[in-house]
Design a protein around this ligand. Sequence first.
Ligand code: MRU
Length: 344
Amino acid sequence: MVETIEWTPAGVVMIDQTRLPLHEEYVTCRTYEEVAAAIRTMVIRGAPAIGVAAAMGVALGVAHAAGGDAGDLDAQVEQICDTLARTRPTAVNLFWAIDRMRKLYQSLRGRPLAEIRERLAAEAQLIRLEDIAINQAIGRHGADLVPDGKTVLTHCNAGALATAGYGTALGVIRAAVEAGKKVDVFADETRPFLQGARLTVWELQQDHIPATLITDNMAGHFLKSGRIGCVVVGADRIAANGDVANKIGTYSVAVLAKENGVPFFVAAPISTLDLTLASGDLIPIERRPDAEVTHVFGHAVAPEGTMVENPAFDVTPNRYVTAIITERGVARAPYTESLRVMAS
Ligand code: MRU
């Protein structure tokens, strides 16, 4: 399986997800500003992966912070956390990871700088390792839900590339395959950024899991055909009532799944829950640049001056969600109750 992100003596190394699948290249971020830029430009993307990147960004920032008294260092840490927090607004894992690093720093206040640096670097690496273990647990819980001998439809990329490894939605598929189920995958191409075409298909090919690429507007046709056994997607933020923010287009797939009696599963770690928000209407939705819609791989596909909307995520109301699979088990409606219990 591919390595998405690693902490190395040279800096934070990431596979460049803007270059896949044509080029398998790795970038080394040597400063926290470079990590922030990599998150913003989607060199690294996917909710858990940007959480890990942000944690490593904080550790890298403090590794290079000038010494000084505790007050000076506090201000520098705030600046680092703030820069990383302003990269992408929707995936709550980013803020979860920054908060965890900030709290650790605060608990170490007054300790020698070398020790603070070491502890923050260790914590960021721990978050990465924990994420892989969490995804494997999500896979174990989700594998039972995947029907044997059927096709699984997925949207965007919620795989190893979107996490520290193994994946959430693709982790469920991997675990079903590892359990001996005969499963193949339909991957929505996921316009405009093409995570499905560029990343999901590439990643499944690496693991020899059969994957078929479809354009987003074909999903309804195949959901009606009886061929799709279930839909499994990831999430960027899940509100207390079980409304799910995920890649734009997820909502349409969920509605079409329900219309056709196909189970719609969301696979996500507990760190994707945002129980401070009562419903999905409160989730901030990122707007991405127009050029992602008007251009494909740098080539214009629309006339110059075209007006564009480019929300990166949509919110699927909880009534379309058959179950939410986390590392602690499978939550079902009513979600306000089941997610509260699961998170506690
Ligand atoms: O804009 P992206 O590529 O970061 O969006 C990613 C998604 O929407 C994923 O489905 C989500 O982050 C879950 S990843 C395990």
